[in-house]
Design a protein around this ligand. Sequence first.
Ligand SMILES: Nc1ncnc2c1ncn2[C@@H]1O[C@H](COP(=O)(O)OP(=O)(O)O)[C@@H](O)[C@H]1O
Ligand SMILES: [Mg+2]
Length: 345
Amino acid sequence: MSPLSIAGNEFGGATWQWFVIDATDSGNHIDNVLFRNNIGKHSSTGKNQTNPVTLRISGLSKTYPNGVRALDNLTLDIAHGMFGLLGPNGAGKSTLMRTLATLQSPDSGQIQFEDIDVIGNPGELRKVLGYLPQEFGVYPGMSAMDLLDYLAVLKGITSKRDRTEVISQVLEITNLQDVRHKYVHDFSGGMKQRFGIAQLLLNDPKLIIVDEPTAGLDPVERKRFLNLLRETARTRIIIFSTHIVDDIKDLCNDMAIMYGGRLLKKIEPAEAIIEIEGTIWTANISRKSVEELMQDHMVLSSNYNHDNSVNVRICAKSQPAANFSSAKPELEDVYFIALNNHGSA
Ligand SMILES: Nc1ncnc2c1ncn2[C@@H]1O[C@H](COP(=O)(O)OP(=O)(O)O)[C@@H](O)[C@H]1O
Ligand SMILES: [Mg+2]
């Protein structure tokens, strides 16, 4: 399924005052773009006001015809801001996201976005949704400009002048101006991903769902992309899934760890790190002691050195032995501990 086809005809009457961003808060590229274009001045909320958007997922289950239970009674509340959905391959992230994006139905459960009953009324949700699937195709033989123009029409922006303005802004925000006349199907993975964001911004979505968006991006593009998401998240919900803990660090105000279709943990990243303070230990041990250590302790990582020694990192309530020293906890530890406690690491 192409993301572009889900734009569909149901996005009628979309308004498109971009990015509800405080225009006085210039200083980065995105704000500068918006400021220069006088965007955001109508709907600027300032930093102290929060938009009471919430997404409430309750008791969501889905078993595929092949018997795989991809969602297992999942309950999760998500407030505005940037929400990271972390989990290994097969955890059920894409299934959850497709369900939230109304592309597939759950067997049971409820989804409420603000006052929209999402399962009962998918068309209403689609009007305020921006979705970027894990893998997407694009129409061949169309330039970025032409494709955005086509999609903008589908999203209900009927005035040519409005479309031109909007398209120029999304191209600038996503750093694709220079390649706007090139075919999208010739874009690199990173450029395609940014195009994916450009197209989802066309209808000024309140809820943005991006599924493993950083996968094809080089480090520079990844940083820019994550900054772009951070800015747009100020007054919206952005849910993005990843199996890379680094994507979530410093970026998400809230996160959930998923495995086997279930929620293992929902916690703010900073709080999650505080929670495990004093329980992370490291040591340099011999290769042959590793197995023994694994029998009695939760080993979070083990890195082998050339001299046959191993740097191990473990989680334990108290110092396991005199040669272990206390280490500063990382978000990655939180992830591995959650998976370990579930018996899956
Ligand atoms: N259309 C499908 N038909 C059958 N099984 C599926 C389908 N989509 C996903 N699955 C299975 O459901 C589980 C969860 O998959 P998915 O939601 O893609 O997880 P993730 O995005 O976290 O990797 C996996 O075991 C996967 O093989
Ligand atoms: Mg996936």
